[in-house]
Write a protein that binds this ligand. Structure first.
Ligand SMILES: *Cc1c(COP(=O)(O)O)cnc(C)c1O
Length: 484
């Protein structure tokens, strides 16, 4: 039975249910499984013909004890999680640039048009289910740089036992993303637009971390979070690696390269997990924009904490890639003392210098690139022109441009899969700039997003310095109201 421990080693092992409901471990570390399940060759072959939902069932079953979620319940939770997707296959693999086996994997066919939907629906199903077992409620607070908020708001809407508080840096996410939250009519979802955030989502992360460090507050308000550090999300994101692998290779066993636009390193850590479970991944391309702490870590063995730079790929404008600690935890053979020290260095000295051995270890699986704004826009345009008006969003463009930047270092025989993490309709201003047009082309529209443009918004706006006190006040009133 898999138990969950902390990357910083300060807790007793807990079950899947506690890891999911707590979000962060009580010692401030991140939950990781005490062992990674390995899939043998025969199983790997057998999984190749499964539907997305059946594959998800097999993979997440490895991480959830049946005494916590009985299998028939798990089955139902998974089916519910993908019900609102607009494709029966859930994802879509599109070949691009005939020169070699290069594909774009569309991960944006869920209810809010970003890859966050791939795991958020399941997470909320699981949380609501576990709370039902315990007859408890939760206030879920999360900081978002753009796509997490809409996905969480949508997944939480109407859930019996959850109140959801998505916090977003106002003006630093697109209006389309903001409207996905503010036009949602669900009396258990309460988005807050926060003004004056020089470091964007990272400023909000700090407020959330502060709320969570107050044990008494955490208990009286029944607080939890579902940001990209939640184990359930990371685990669930392994599914799209496996599923797309089978569709990109000729034979099971062939190598593949995944290029992933990376912010908090959640999606990429899921890839690392999939590979550790036995998926034949030759390399991961860690695609950064100019907020390139991860690129610096992979190329030079130094993880810096720079100031935030706003870019056209705003969902990956992140200065503290939290899930990277999970990679370092496994790369150092679970050296929790070292992780603790590095986390301190990162906060206090704004820089972590990795040792040579750890740097070599992480370079074994990852290659990286940092893509400028100009390259991002040029890539949107060149793909549009070369691929019969196929339109990619700016995050996808970062992944595609990163492949071009490192192509010579990639194994020649491997198929290349670039993750398309959002629908371009979420970023109309960037698309217009990239294509140098006044009017969005048809491919830049999405019916759900067009509809939200005309709907009535319910805005709740707050200054960063008042966020903590306002949030506590509102949640306290909400808890009292729920008690009736
Ligand atoms: C969240 C997000 C990413 C980055 O994912 P991480 O898990 O934070 O690395 C990339 N692209 C889009 C569109 C996103 O919403």
């Amino acid at each position: 039975m898999i138990k969950y421990v902390s990357t910083t080693g300060g807790i007793e092992p807990v079950g899947f249910d506690e890891a999911v409901l707590q979000g962060f471990a009580a010692d401030g570390g991140l939950f990781v499984p005490d062992r990674i399940p390995v899939i043998d060759q025969e199983q790997l072959q057998a999984f190749s013909t499964l539907s997305f939902q059946d594959l998800a069932f097999e993979l997440v079953s490895l991480y959830i004890d049946a005494s916590i979620i009985p299998r028939q319940d798990l089955r139902r939770l998974i089916d519910n999680s993908y019900r609102e997707f607009q494709r029966p296959d859930i994802v879509n693999l599109v070949p691009i640039r005939g020169n070699r086996d290069t594909y774009v994997l569309e991960l944006f066919h869920g209810p809010t048009q970003s890859f966050k939907d791939m795991a958020m629906g399941f997470l909320m199903q699981v949380v609501d289910y576990l709370l039902g077992q315990r007859r408890e409620r939760l206030n879920i607070v999360l900081a978002t740089t753009g796509d997490t908020g809409p996905a969480a708001a949508w997944a939480a809407a109407g859930k019996q036992r959850i109140d959801c508080w998505p916090l977003y840096p106002r003006g630093m996410i697109s209006r389309e993303q903001e409207r996905q939250m503010t036009t949602l009519r669900a009396d258990n979802v309460h988005p807050v637009g926060v003004e004056n955030c020089p470091d964007g989502g990272d400023d909000l992360d700090l407020v959330v971390a502060e709320l969570f460090s107050d044990e008494k507050l955490k208990r009286t308000l029944a607080l939890s979070s579902v940001n990209s550090i939640n184990w359930c999300r990371v685990m669930t994101q392994t599914v799209h690696y496996f599923y797309s692998y089978y569709r990109a290779v000729e034979r099971v066993g062939d190598p593949v390269v995944f290029s992933v636009p990376s912010g908090a390193f959640g999606n990429l850590f899921a890839g690392y997990l999939a590979r550790s479970m036995g998926l034949p991944v030759a390399r991961f391309v860690c695609a950064n924009n100019v907020n390139n702490a991860l690129h610096t870590a992979f190329s030079r063995g130094v993880l810096p904490r720079h100031d935030l730079v706003q870019t056209p790929s705003s969902a990956i404008d992140i200065v503290a890639p939290y899930n990277f600690w999970r990679l370092l935890y496994f790369a150092t053979n679970r050296d929790t003392a070292r992780i603790r020290q590095w986390m301190k260095d990162f906060a206090a000295r704004r820089e972590v210098v990795l040792d040579v051995e750890t740097t070599k270890t992480i370079q074994g699986g990852f290659i990286s690139a940092s893509i400028s704004d100009e390259e991002t826009l040029a890539t949107v345009r060149s793909v549009y022109e070369a691929e019969g008006h196929y339109l990619i969003d700016p995050h996808t463009a970062v992944a595609v441009a990163a492949v071009e930047a490192v192509r010579d270092s990639l194994p020649a025989a491997a198929a290349i899969v670039c993750f398309a993490t959002a629908h371009p309709a979420k970023f109309p201003d960037v698309i217009k700039r990239a294509l140098d047009v006044e009017e969005l082309p048809a491919a830049g529209h999405h019916p759900v997003i067009d509809e939200a443009r005309d709907a009535c918004e319910h805005l709740r706006i707050c200054q960063l310095e008042n966020l903590r006190s306002n949030l506590i006040g509102e949640m306290t009133r909400q808890v009292a109201r729920r008690r009736g």
